[in-house]
Design a protein around this ligand. Structure first.
Ligand SMILES: Nc1nc2c(ncn2[C@@H]2O[C@H](COP(=O)(O)OP(=O)(O)OP(=O)(O)O)[C@@H](O)[C@H]2O)c(=O)[nH]1
Length: 452
């Protein structure tokens, strides 16, 4: 057989789909076969003479240098994977097999582009992670934060937001919004000519590069927008958007496909979580006033007690019943009675902080929990404020309605250490207030009743 000539061998090397690279002791390319251009995006002459490490993704440089030291020490390394940044800015995943030749003072390595495999693996992992997040997340915000992390692992998504669209009320909101440059968008109807509106109305993904935003205006900061609608069986429930402010981060068709691919799973996860939260809300709240119901009140009291115990603070609990509520129903009808209970709920909420709990225990019975009370005497002041507030006339559907409350007041640690006994003591104190004629606050353990 004829010895193979050099030109033929060089041609064979250039025909290989994998790139053959030769690197000198200084870590510079001395040879890159033709496939290098397809994989790295640079013609071989733009790579030869330059340090290899400069082409490596910054996050992978350190472990790449460790691998190089191993190749030199052990003279070969059959599998090593790292990422390179192509000339067009895209990231490629490379699988290397390398051998060090001490005689020639070079290492010879073969690079295989495994980006497609990596992408497929990452997408599968992302789908799984999204479905896990839907189960694990406590609420929608936690789910969105988790989705942000998952997407950021697939494509550059530092600036990311979720838009949700309520078709019944024609209301677009932005419950999750992370942008290095601007404040969250205001919620509103779908009237505005925005990318979000386009995504939700059109139901199709959109990639807007800065050149396309306004070709007449030189834009100082290049911006790429990439958005996908969140589609479910019955329509579009919102959109996901990622945005780049940097010329180094540009989105391409591969990113569009990635975001589109995960968006169906995300839409499904959001819808499931919303359904779950709705059911949970119904189970824990009173349908008429939307206040926490007896079960949730008990949980809140138990949680507040645990925190007070840990922080060494106090808390106060009021049990409240309206005096002569029945005659309101009898005189004005049930609908007015309902309206009154709703207004009482609102007044009670106005009397306390957002961190306190107002709950409805039954009929005309309410509970107010003042958590993290630093001065026990504050509770009596709040109870008196509530009593006075409820004595002000109500206007229910044009009817002037007058009621007053009987209030039982207890405190931790003075009157009990556990939720149920504390609630029972407050209820007992409330009955004493009622027996004494109503429209007053009774403190647990006291026989003296403070008349208003
Ligand atoms: N409209 C309306 N009435 C309700 C609702 N739940 C309970 N009630 C009525 O509320 C009244 C509560 O009874 P009581 O607390 O014993 O009546 P009261 O007239 O306030 O009597 P005192 O508490 O002793 O002052 C009953 O007439 C119930 O029918 C409700 O959701 N809507």
């Amino acid at each position: 057989m004829e010895p193979l000539d050099r030109a033929f061998l060089a041609n064979v090397l250039d025909l290989m789909l994998d790139a053959v690279c030769v690197v000198d002791t200084e870590g510079r390319f001395v040879f890159v076969s033709a496939a290098g251009e397809r994989i790295f995006g640079y013609p071989p002459e733009e790579m030869i003479g330059r340090p290899v490490i400069g082409f490596v993704h910054p996050d992978d440089r350190e472990r790449t240098l460790v691998a190089v030291a191993e190749i030199v020490a052990y003279q070969h390394k059959p599998i090593f994977e790292n990422r390179y940044v192509r000339k067009d800015g895209r990231v490629v995943h490379i699988m290397w097999s390398a051998r060090w030749s001490p005689l020639d003072g070079v290492r010879v390595a073969v690079a295989r582009d495994v980006t497609a495999r990596k992408r497929a693996e990452a997408m599968q992992a992302a789908l799984y992670a999204i479905s896990e997040a839907a189960h694990a997340a406590e609420d929608l915000l936690a789910l969105f934060a988790q989705i942000h992390r998952i997407i950021d692992g697939l494509l550059p998504a530092k600036n990311f937001f979720v838009a949700l669209y309520d078709a019944a009320g024609d209301w677009l909101s932005f419950p999750y919004f992370v942008d290095q440059d601007r404040a969250p968008l205001e919620p509103g109807t779908l009237d505005a000519e925005t990318l979000c509106t386009e995504l939700i109305r059109g139901g199709k993904e959109r990639l807007v590069s800065h050149d396309a935003v306004d070709p007449a205006q030189p834009v100082r900061t290049p911006v790429d927008w990439l958005g996908v609608p969140l589609g479910v069986a019955h329509g579009v429930i919102g959109a996901l958007l990622v945005k780049s402010h940097s010329p180094e981060v540009r989105y391409g068709q591969a990113d569009v496909e990635l975001l589109k691919f995960v968006s169906a799973q995300i839409a499904d996860a959001i819808e499931r979580k919303q359904g779950q939260l709705r059911l949970q809300h119904v189970a824990q709240h009173d349908a008429l006033t939307d206040l926490p119901n007896r079960n949730l009140v008990r949980d809140r009291v138990a949680m507040a007690l645990a925190r007070a115990r840990r922080d060494g603070t106090g808390l106060a609990l009021m049990y409240l019943d309206l005096d002569d509520f029945k005659p309101v129903n009898d005189r004005f009808g049930h609908a007015v009675g309902d309206g009154l209970l709703q207004q009482v709920a609102q007044r009670l909420k106005h009397c306390v902080r957002a961190s306190d709990t107002v709950g409805r225990m039954a009929g005309d019975e309410f509970v107010v929990l003042l958590a993290q009370l630093h001065a026990p005497e504050d509770a009596a002041l709040v109870a008196e404020k509530i009593r006075a507030a409820l004595c002000e006339p109500f206007d229910v559907a044009g009817n002037a309605v007058l009621v007053s409350p009987s209030i039982g007041l207890v405190g931790y640690p003075k009157d009990g250490e556990e939720a149920d006994p504390l609630i029972d003591r407050a209820d007992e104190a409330m009955y004493r207030a009622k027996r004494a004629g109503g429209n007053r606050v009774c403190v647990a353990g006291d026989t003296d009743e403070a008349r208003a």
